[in-house]
Structure formats: C-alpha cells, structure tokens
Write a protein of this length. Structure first.
Lengths: 226, 253, 226, 253, 226, 253
C-alpha cells in the first residue's frame, strides 16, 4: 500500500530532533515529525510551593501539554481543554518511569510541552521532546522514552499517522517505550480492532520506538559533543 | 514505604489480595435501572462499596459540521465531594476528566450507539446525548463502575417525543438505538500480582493499571494505561485476554 | 381541593429517609420526597486549611448544595450557579443553630448536599438529609432540623409542593424548624400574599416539620439499632 | 466574645443601640435620582453612611421560551473593594449574590414592573432590564439600601426608542411601567432587642436577621432569614408587622 | 473651531473634585469631568498576604480600575476585561513615581478606581481621583499626579475629549504629569500623527495638567481645612 | 539595591551596557518566515536570544455592528511557561495582555491592514484575522520581537479560498492586503543612559521604558510608557526621534 503522503507502511515521517533550544530553560528540545512540531522545556529540580505539594521522598513531576493557537487548521482557543488535561496526565505517566525522582526529594520538576504545529502525533512528539529535554537538564534517567502512534488502514498496519490518516484509521494507538527496560509507559487506543491486531500494533510501535530512540540519542550526543 | 503498602505487596507476592479476593475476581456488582425520574435513562452501579450513578439527558441541537447526519455524544463526570474525603469542590480535575474521556471513547469507538439514527434533519437538527456520571462513594475502580453505569443507562434510555419545535419530556417511548455493549475492565499491578477491579487500598499501592474496553465480539475499543510505572509487552497481552474474559462475564449481568 | 398528584392539602409526598448511605463519609443520609432525592454527606470535624479560615472558639461549618446534571427536565450545567450559592448559604444558616460548633474549635465541618432528582423542594430535602447526616457523623446537636416548603394555590394552603405546583403557587415558602427549641432556622418566601397568609403558612410548615422530624428520628434509630 | 459585642449586647438588654437610635429607627435616608448620565435610570441611596448606587440599563433581546410575551429582569450586585476593607476583587461572593437575588425577588414577586408591557414582538423581541447595584460605602444594612436604590432607579427609568433594528439610547421618553413600589426592611436581633437597619457594628454582633419586602397594600412579597440563629414564630410575626410599618414610612420618602 | 459640546479647543469640561467621600476607606476622592465620574479609594499601607508578595524595602502598590456596568451606553459586563487589566497596570505606573513607597516596607497600598459614569477620559479621571485619594490617606507623596487626554480633530489640538470626540479624533493621547518634578508618568497614544503633532500634544497636555493640579490641591485643601 | 543593578547603573553612567552594546544598538535580529504549516501566515523572530513566534489564522465571521464593512483583527499573546522560569500556566497576566494590546494598536492604528478589503458581504460576513503571539524564549524586549513577528507574519499571510459556505484552508492564494509596515521600538532608561532593545538584565534595572510604533512615513501610531518612573518632555522627544530612526533600520531587514 502507498500511503497518502507516499510513505511506506512502516516509514516514519522526516524527523528533526534538537536538544538545548531554549536558553532560559534548564533543559529543552525541539522535535519535528513531518508537520508536527513540539518544543519541550524542563525547569527544575527546584523548590516547590505551596509546601503541601512536596513529596517527602521524591520529586514531584509535573507536565503541561498545550497547543499554540495557530498550530492547527482551526484556531485552538488558548488555555487548557479537557483533551490537553488528559494528555498532560498520560504524558506524566509516560515519563515518570524514566526519571530517578527519588534523587530530588521535596522538589518539583516541571515539563512544559508546546505544540507549535499539529498534524497528528502531537502527544508522542511531545513525549519524545520532553524525554530529550529531561536528559538535557541533566536529570538522572533510567532511559530515554521514545514514542510513536500506530494505526490500521484497510488491512495495513501503519506507523506515525499524519492528520489525514488519523481521520481514516480504524484505530489510533499512541505508544511510549523505554528500550533498555522494555517497558511500555504510554498505551492508549481508540478504535475497534481484534486482540490480534492490538498485539501486532504494539509490537510494531515498539520496533519504531527503537528507531526513534536512536535519533533521540543522536540529538543529545550532538548537544553534548557540540 | 507505608506499612499498608508493604503489607499488600507482601500479600501480593503470595498471590493474595487484602480483602481475600482472587486476582481475577471482581467485588460484588449490583445494578439498578432507571432510578432517576427526570432522566431519559439512568442506572446506579455498585461494585463493592464503590457507587456510581449515570444519568442520560437528551436534547435537540445542531450537528457538528463534519458529521452533519449524526447525533452528538457528550460525556461528563463529576467527582462530588460527597463521595470521598479527598474530592474537592471545583471544576473537574484530571482524574474526573480522564474517567469521562475513557468512558466516552469506549462508547464512541465501539459504535455502541447508532449515531446516524439520532439525526433528525441532516445538517440542522440532531439528538444530543448527555451522559453525566456522578460518583456517590469512592472505594476504588471508579472507571469500571462509571463505564458500566453509563452503558446501562443508555440501554434503558427512552427518546422523548419531538414535534420539530419542542422536546416533550413527558412522553418518552422510543428506545435509544444501542447496538453494542462495550464493557470496561481495569487491571492493576501490585508487586507481581495482576488484580482486576482494584479497591481503594489497592489503588494506593498499585504501580500501574491498564483499562481495556471490549465488545461482545471480543474486539478491543479503548485502552488506557495509567500510573507511574511501565508494562512489558507480555503483561499487556495477558491483561488484554483477561479483559475480554471479564468483560464477557460482566456483560451477562 | 384535590391536588395535581391526588394528595390532600396538608399531605406530604411519600418520604424515604435513610442514614449512613456513604461509606467514605463521616456521616451521611439519603432523603426522598416524591421525585425529589437528596444525598448529604458530612466530613469532619477535621483540620482546616488554609489556617486563616480557622475560628479560635468554634468549628467552621461549610455547606455546598449542588444539583446533578440529570436531576431536572432541562440538564443542569455542572458547577456552582448563583442559585446554588445562595442555597448553600441559607442551608448553612438553617443547620448552624443545631450544631454545637463550639465543641470543635479551629476545625472544619463540611456538609455536602447533592440533589439527585429534583421535583421541587430540593433545598428542604437537602436540609433534612444534612441534619440526619450530621447526627450520623456523631456531631453533638441541640436538635435535628426538619424542613418543608409550603404554598398557596387558589385559596388553599398546601404543603410539600411538587414541581407542577411550584409553577402555579402564589407563593413558595421553604421553612426549616427545630422542634425542641421551636426555632425557625430557614425562612424564605417568594410571592405576593397577605400578612395573615404568611403567618398561617409558617404555622402549617411548623406542623409538618414536626411530622418530618419523627421520620428523621426513625431513620437514625434504624441506623443505630441496626 | 469581643468587648464590642459584649458592650452592644449589654446595651441591647437595656433597649439601647450603640449609636443611640431606638430599635425601630432607621438612620437618615437620603435619595438622589438620575445621577448617572448613560443609565436609563439610576439612583443613589444613603442610609447613614452606607451608600449604594443602582443603575438601570435596557436592551432588546429574546424572551425566555416559557414567557414569550414578557420582558426580562436581570439583577446583579458588585461589592466593589472601594466600599470596605473587607471586600475583595473577584467574582461576586455569596453575600453579593444573596443581596442581588433578594432585591430581584422583591421586585419580581411583587409584580412591580408590568413585564407584559415590555414585550415588543411576542416570542421574538422583548426589553431586557438590567439592574446593577454598586456599593460605594459599606456601613451596614446594604440590602435595604440596595433594594431602595433599585426601586428608585426603576421609578425614574426612561425606555429608549427602538425602531425594530437598533436601540436609540439618545432618545428616551417613555417611563418604565412600574406598577408597585416594594420596600425591603431588615430587622436584626441583638440579645433580646429587635433593631431595624442594623449598622456595621450591629451586623457583627447580631445573631439573626430577617429581611421582609412588602408592597403598598401591605402584602408580603419576599422574605429572607439570614444569620446563624433561629427565630421563634412570635418573633417572626412581630418582625412582619414592623416591616410593613417601616416599609410604609420609607415608601413616602 | 467650535467643539461638539461648545467648548473651546483647550477648554476642559466642567470639573468637580472632592476628597474624602468614602468613610470606610483610608483615603478617597470623587472626580468628575463632564459626564465622566470616577471614585477612588485607598486602603493601606496595610499588611500584605500572602507573604511572598511582600517587598523587603518598599510597599507594594496595587491598582484596580473597573467600570460600573451602567457607566456606558452599552452595559459593561462585570469583572476584569483585557482593557481594564491594561489600564490598571498603566495607572499603577502613573502613580508610583509620586509615592514614597520606601517608607512602608513589606506593606501593601491598594488603590481602587471605580468608573461610575464614562464619557471618555476615564483612565485620566481615575488617576486624578487616585492621586487625591492617596494624599487623603496621608501617604507621603513627592507630588500629586494630574492627568488629561488630548487629541487632534481636523487641524485642531483639543483637550479632555468627550465620547463623541473620541470617535472622531486622529489620535487619543492620555498623559499624566507631576508638575513639581516635571515628570510625565503616563503616556499612551493611539493614532497616526506626525512627530511634530505628538510633541505639541504632549506640551498641551502638560499645560492642562497644571490647571487640573490646582483643582486637585483645592479639593485637598477643602478637605483638610473643613 | 542588588549588586547587578548597581553594576549596570555604574556602567550606564559611563555610557556602557552590560553586554558591550551601544545605547542605540539592537541585539542581532533574525527573521524566519512561514515556519508553521497550518497557519495562514507565520514568522519566527529572534532578537538576541529572545525568541517569538507569531501565527496568523483566518476565519469568516460577522462584522462588528459599528463597522459593517470591515474585517476584524484579534491579537492575543501567550507567555508560555516554556520560555522563562518566571512564566506560569494560567490565563494571560497583565504583561501578556499589555503586550498583545500594544502590538494590536500598532497594527490597527497605523492602518497596516486595509480592513475594508477583508469585507465579504457588508454587515454579514467578513474575514477575521487572529494574530497569536507565542513566546519561546524570554531574554528581554519581548514587545519589539512580538510586534516584528506579528507584522512579518501578516506580510506573508495568504487568504484561504471561501465559497460563501466553507473556508478551504487547503487553498490559499491571495495575499493579505497589508499597506503599511509599522515597527515598534522600545527604549529603556538605566541611570542616565537611554538604551534601545533592553535585555533581561536591563529590564530588571531600568526605571522606565517607552515603546513607540512608527510607520514608514515617520508618523507615530502607538505609544506606551511603562515602568515605575517618569520621563521629562525632553527625554520623550529624544526617544521619539530615536524610535523613528531605529524603526527605519528594522523595516529594511
């Protein structure tokens, strides 16, 4: 099957990843998959107020995902939406297994993700960026978290859906994955597929996450090596 | 680590749960239908002492421009401070929003409601279906209880008469076109034990949970991983199968 | 006069009252008058934050009245409305005279009232439920507070109006009453009636509150005796 | 108990008030009409040093579906932080909301405005009457001052011209059809003394208050009990009579 | 040129200024220019909460400008708007140079400005009132701040625009000025004018501010002398 | 006074800036056009390490009643917490609102967009132009960067096709009718030195700043004084001239 934008079924869109893009932040990254662009910035570990939010034996990880008003075809109203609140939550859980939060008790680590351009796959682009930004901030991590969405159009399993594919797919399944520990840290799905499909799609996602992971490492290497 | 956590994890290592249930065992499920006089459909679901009411209200409105011949589904959840010392007044927090969205996706993606049958005049007037989920007592696993209450309420919903001008809420006859029965099953991981239907104490100690909504044909319609840990592929596969099995059992209630 | 639902002028709707319905709460109650159902839960006395809200010599009583979106013919938008904020306030004043707040200085006692079904008389149903819930929570009380709305249709004084009657009545007067001390703790009225009518209606309400009071006591007795 | 409270209660036992007034005595009431150039009607009311401005704005809008041939009344109150060290910026709190709703009910339930006369085209266009109450100085008994300002503003309201398309705010001629003059009287209980028009210090020490709105025919249109104590039936009856009496006095101002 | 309301080009509208109009406030003033009326009240210096807002070596000045709903032809929706938030900010900067904030470290001085009637020039009326109110509160000041808006209609420079002129003017320039130090403390402009126009308009505004300043002093003198 | 403040002010006395620039010198300005695929126009502007993206979205809507034959311009700015440790999530604060309003006035008052050409059907349908400003890195002088990004985005905006029913965002051909190029220049006063384009450290120590927007014909379109100090008339005149000069330089970029 030829995909709408000419890609092969298991082909990712052109990817750009860059660490250290925001001077004011403790860590930051820019990630682009086709026409989806995400910027992530990390602030912290820093002292956390009000005090009752502090956790005695680890850092509090906070994630805020948001879309720039001009990122989509229809202007997005500024401010949090139900969708962005849910994505912020699952993003936190996607990143948390990777971070040694216990090294910074009582502090806060804030991860902000801004979607500058949106053409599907914004939450996974955001997770990829956030993961690089956390590493860029020098926060000790078990591993990087790589993420990608997979789907099924007709009888084909496809990866890294673009916006037009998202409208057609029988299911949309974003997955985040830590290659070193083989842990799936984000798993969501909307659709109507068989158990067999679901399993195959997850396996496909894992394979592509391993590719993305290499690009993430390159971005960090480039940053550190100059 | 809190004593209770250590205790439950030690139990889990022996394959035992705090309240004596087996890993694959739900607490007692009780379902009451049409308890709310003014709702078009309603249901109260108890799972153990977790208690949830779902009410369905209907109204006529404009369709979305991209789906001019389909009805509209809106799912909302309120975590009333009545239900738990931890719930607060105010707009829905991330947990309430996530719950509503997961319930919504289970119903929407399974095609449970035949949305085309809710069209009155294409591009102009369609039925809007509001599912409101109200938590009465929070004793763990709100999501499965909420999903079950929502589907049960839809199953017993009657559409009011509409004369083209006004909705007549006094006369409700036609049932809602419900064509599938999605069931949502949540499995948590405690230590190395997988437990369905985690109760409040188990939710405190679980590291990760996976919520899977399945249809009567065994298809998967919605998945939501939650919690600050990851899952191996084998674990996910195992939970998928468990979710289908438990879903079938619950569907028969 | 036969009333719209066949009741006699001074006849209450079928009443259900049950104490101890919410496991998580310190005290709770369910109250049903016809198709009006209220659930009340009490949390406290418990420590109160932020600190500047604490009262040195007594507990702070807080009440929150709210309606479930599906409780009425037209769906109620979630969140506080001007109406619900006012009802929360008068409900607090209706309950406060009954509670020995001075026994729990600096603490907070929270009373939440959810209207699950609404067919008029929701604030009085809520007060009846809250009063049982406070007693169920073991909070020392001077007395229970019983409440009912009264009105006038044509030349008839009627009690416990249902929704259809509320549309026709010349006045709507909710009253709360503590039988032991004979104190009226809630008194509101909308309408256009003579002084004589007003007085007669209050007296009628007091009489019915005394009946309701007995049902409240039964509910508590049943809870305590098993 | 604070010294001031004890002092005022001791005074009250002797039937005396802090500022020397008798129980049934209002502070000096001053009324100024049409002080706001751009409002359709306005009034400034001072009771002692309590000072309230009410402004009436009108606009054309759609009627409510259940009252297609009646105008719409909307009453709002802002407790500007200008007026008291205790008022804060932000959305109206419960006191401001209660005040606005009690003033609204007094006007609405008394039938003060002939709402049918505010219908332009039944089911389509009616006049909307916005009463906005703005507190300038809070020295106690805001509610009576606000109600009096609102009714006075309505009494002097002129309806703008309307040509079916646009409201012409430059030309206002026809008076608002005001057919009744409801007056609101608040009585507080301090110790065993009943005092009308409590000032700020009295509001701090009163245990309960009853606000009663009456019409010129002596009918009662709105009642609101407030404060953390109860009232005996005899007390209520006494306050009703007092409210009618004081209402008649104020109506003559 | 005859102006729409018959004034000469450099003629202010009839002005009323009165200090000490709000009993509850520490300082207050009423100011009226034609049909524009502003009331300002000052509370403070008083202790400031939450604590993290406190400034170690001076008082925090806060200003809140707001319009009464009935002040304009079209009813103003209550609550802050983007416009009122900006005006609150520039008003604070217009007043701050005049106040010896360093005399009251860690405290807060709040200035509230309510526009009761609006016929253009509300921010300048508010600044005039606030300045008198600050002096009335006994807060030490370098000088009073006087303010007025100027504009250009056809080839004429006009002062103290009324609402109808505001619709026609080529530019609207509100200016605040401290005569003693000759400092301009508010300067905004919307329009499209030459550099020469801009300079001439500022000079005109300064001249009129000096007149307004005398009226402000009169108001304070009357207040203090009785 | 902080050490950094004292240091910068001492430098300023010698006519020197912290980063070695001259008073009239901007940091390096970089402009990238049309970086956002889905926007009708966009630009990224860097001034030193301050970085701002502006995106233009267009839609069809109803005109304002008082300008029935003109398009609508709406300018909004979000200070994303991404850009600075001091920015917080939540609705725009006074600084973001002021920035958006100053940028808006510069464009609106200069008549930069020929608004009449954005009318589709007078009184019924006009183009709405949304300028959204998104701060990526805050290193001082956000306002000049934002204004430059906004005008550059407008310059490269293409209007989507509109068939009277639906906007076709896939086809954008006609350029936006941009007839002027307003440029915004901010000058701060540090000690006795006037510096254009203050960086973050200079913003911390400056006592007052003046933002002036000028057109290519040298006319002044918008002025905004900010900061807790005043300016003498001579200072204002000097800054006006400087703003025109620097504006002309930037316009050529």
């Amino acid at each position: 099957m030829k995909r709408i934008d000419g890609r092969k079924e298991d082909e990712l869109r052109p990817i750009v990843m860059k660490a250290g893009v925001i001077e004011q932040a403790d860590g930051s990254a820019f990630v682009k998959f086709g026409n989806t662009s995400a910027i992530a910035a990390v602030y912290g570990p820093r002292s956390l107020h009000p005090k009752h939010l502090q956790i005695p034996d680890k850092a509090l990880l906070r994630t805020v995902y948001s879309m720039a008003p001009f990122s989509t075809t229809e202007r997005v109203k500024p401010g949090p939406s139900r969708r962005s609140i849910e994505i912020s939550k699952v993003t936190r859980y996607a990143l948390e297994p990777a971070v040694f939060l216990e090294e910074f008790p009582k502090t806060g680590i804030e991860v902000y993700i801004d979607i500058i351009e949106a053409d599907a796959g914004t939450r996974t682009a955001g997770i990829n960026a956030a993961s690089i930004a956390l590493a860029d901030a020098g926060i000790p991590m078990r591993d990087l978290v790589a993420a990608v969405a997979v789907g099924k159009i007709n009888n084909n399993y496809i990866v890294d859906l673009c916006g037009k594919e998202e409208e057609q797919t029988l299911c949309d399944m974003p997955v985040a994955y830590m290659p070193r520990t083989k842990q799936i840290t984000l798993l969501q799905m909307d659709g109507d597929i068989t158990l067999d499909d679901a399993t195959k799609l997850i396996k496909l996602a894992i394979k592509k996450c391993e590719e993305i992971y290499e690009i993430q490492k390159q971005a960090l290497k480039k940053r550190w090596m100059g | 680590m809190k004593l209770q956590t250590q205790y439950l994890i030690r139990l889990a290592e022996k394959g035992v749960r705090g309240d004596g249930r087996k890993g694959e065992e739900y607490r007692k499920i009780e379902i009451e239908k049409n308890t709310i006089a003014k709702a078009e459909g309603s249901a109260k679901v108890k799972i153990g002492s977790t208690e949830v009411v779902a009410g369905v209200k209907m109204d006529v409105g404009e369709p979305f421009p991209d789906k001019p011949d389909e009805g509209i589904l809106i799912t909302n959840a309120e975590f009333s401070p009545i239900a738990s010392p931890e719930f607060e007044t105010g707009p829905p927090d991330e947990d309430a929003i996530e719950l509503a969205r997961v319930v919504d996706r289970g119903i929407r993606e399974s095609g449970a409601i035949d949305m085309k049958k809710l069209c009155i005049t294409p591009g102009e007037k369609v039925w809007m279906v509001f599912i409101d989920i109200h938590i009465l007592n929070h004793s763990g696993n709100l999501i499965d209880a909420a999903a079950l209450a929502a589907v049960t309420a839809l199953k017993h919903t009657k559409i009011p008469e509409y004369d083209g001008e006004k909705v007549d809420y006094e006369n409700k006859t036609k049932p809602l076109p419900l064509v599938h029965l999605p069931v949502t099953v949540t499995t948590a991981k405690i230590g190395n034990l997988y437990v369905v239907d985690p109760d409040l104490e188990e939710e405190d100690v679980m590291s990760v949970r996976l919520t899977v909504t399945t249809k009567e044909d065994g298809n998967v319609c919605a998945i939501q991983k939650s919690g600050p840990d990851g899952l191996l592929l084998e674990e996910v596969e195992k939970i998928f199968k468990l979710s289908i099995k438990k879903g079938n059992e619950i569907r028969k209630l």
